[in-house]
Design a protein around this ligand. Structure first.
Ligand SMILES: *Cc1c(COP(=O)(O)O)cnc(C)c1O
Length: 462
């Protein structure tokens, strides 16, 4: 019997067992995510309008709410084989340390040079840009993982890659920047004087350390003002979530091989792409009424989009140049407190996950950063991997849940996403190790300021 097999520390798949199609969860959603709106007309964005900013095939994927499976082009499958399948690890050592009867598994996406899951979508987006005959792409990066992943993908496909990097990260993470340049990307600290919106933001907020929303505005402007360029985004969009389903599909195949059925699936949520990708096949079963799972999104208490945000139409960027998306949001001008070191700083959330959360199909928890770094270190010391602070949000809640099982004696099976490694986050670890890290939870007044900036959208579009 499959489930009497001894479970190895690492469950690897054969190359032949890797997914050949991405799974489009939207096809199984009864309540589809709301359409993107044109902020000028308040009408749904057409493929033609989106095509001015994004590559054509990616626009088709963005708007496709009905096709359940989408073929992964062979060239992308081949690229995936360089660093996938990623291992599904049984955290035997952590279980022992915690003395829990829970069975803990994590899907580790940090085994590539970019250090995170972001390469799964970067290669897909670069591939479609190349196929369309473009010269290059522009993007933003916060902590730097997305910019690194995209520069790797662009180098492979011989595309120009222009990255706007949030200024504080640009200064705090010079090595990240240098990795991108090593792969041939050009990196500009944002806000910059290379775009109109950047100059405007600099004038209004001199000395600002930048934000993701602001870098997005600059990258979009740069793409639309250069012949042969399009903009690409590393999270939030439906297409990104689609590409990231390779995480969940591999996880499901690996679990099925051993007859393992998880009770609980946990992931960190910034813009929602890794979590969306991890849970998609499981959520699909849940939506089709085949099986039930407890699904938990974990976010920073200092940037609590799900747990304290509003479900409303909002801009995806600070400069208000992007389409409006209906999502859980803190307002496009929300910037997390400067002492926040753990990533996941985006003000909004994937439209797909927002709808699922709104419909009660998943839960969310907000955790404070000192508890996240404590969990990161506990994990690193027994499982060996130095986690990215983002990933450590999921670790924190997985450990909490495993400790609850110790109290109740329940042998729950917990699966969580370990999205990446933290080698470039050592200033944050240093601040934690020195006891200097503090927690900041925004007050209701802080949040009201963000909500006040939400655009007015006609009732019938809400
Ligand atoms: C970007 C990133 C995240 C958060 O982004 P999502 O789109 O929410 O997945 C989480 N972990 C790591 C390591 C990242 O680089």
């Amino acid at each position: 019997m499959a489930n009497s097999k001894e479970i190895p520390y690492k469950i690897y798949l054969e190359e032949s067992e890797m997914p050949k199609q991405w799974y489009n969860l939207r096809a199984d959603m009864k309540n589809k995510p709301a359409p993107l709106l044109n902020p000028g007309t308040m009408k749904p964005m057409t493929a033609e309008e989106l095509g001015q900013v994004f590559c054509k095939e990616l626009v088709d994927q963005e708007l496709d709410d009905t096709t359940p499976y989408i073929d992964i082009p062979q060239e992308i499958q081949d690229f995936y084989k360089m660093y996938r399948p990623s291992p599904l690890v049984r955290a035997y050592c952590l279980e022992k340390k915690l003395g829990t009867p829970a069975k803990i598994y994590y899907k580790f996406e940090g085994n590539n040079t970019s250090g995170s899951h972001k390469l799964n979508s970067a290669i897909a987006q670069a591939y479609y840009a190349k196929k369309q005959g473009l010269k290059g792409v522009t993007t933003e990066t916060g902590a730097g993982q997305w910019g690194t992943a995209l520069s790797m993908a662009c180098a492979y496909l011989d595309l120009d890659c222009q990255v706007y990097m949030v200024k504080c990260s640009y200064e705090q993470k010079p090595f990240r920047r240098e990795v991108m340049r090593t792969y041939g990307a050009s990196v500009t600290p944002s806000p910059s004087d290379t775009t109109e919106i950047g100059r405007k933001i600099l004038k209004e907020h001199p000395g600002t350390s930048g934000s993701l929303g602001c870098a997005i505005s600059e990258a979009v402007e740069k793409a639309t003002h250069q012949e042969g360029y399009r903009y690409v985004l590393g999270s939030v969009l439906n297409q990104v979530l689609l590409h990231q389903t390779v995480i969940g599909l591999e996880t499901k195949t690996a679990l099925d091989k051993y007859g393992i059925v998880p009770d609980m699936i946990i992931g960190c949520a910034g813009g929602g792409s890794n979590l969306g990708g991890l849970i998609s096949p499981f959520m699909g079963e849940k939506l089709r009424g085949e099986r039930d799972y407890q699904i938990i999104a974990v976010e920073p208490a200092s940037c609590p989009s799900f747990t304290r945000g509003k479900f409303a139409y909002d801009f995806c960027d600070t400069g208000m140049v992007t389409p409006l998306q209906k999502m859980y949001t803190l307002g496009s001008n929300f910037i997390p407190s400067a002492n926040h070191a753990g990533g996941l700083r985006y003000h909004g959330m994937s439209a797909v996950l927002s709808q699922l959360y709104h419909d009660g199909l998943m839960e969310a928890r907000a955790v404070e950063q000192t508890s996240v770094f404590a969990a990161a270190e506990e994990f690193a010391r027994v499982e060996g991997i130095l986690p990215a602070p983002e990933s450590a949000h999921a670790i924190k809640v997985a450990i909490d849940e495993a400790k609850k099982c110790k109290e109740t004696g329940e042998e729950k099976t917990i699966v969580f996403g370990l999205t990446g490694t933290g080698y470039f986050d050592m200033y944050a670890y240093e601040s934690f190790n020195d006891g200097k890290m503090t927690d900041y939870i925004p007050t209701d007044e802080d949040l009201e300021a963000g909500f006040a900036g939400l655009p007015n959208v006609p009732e019938d579009m809400m």
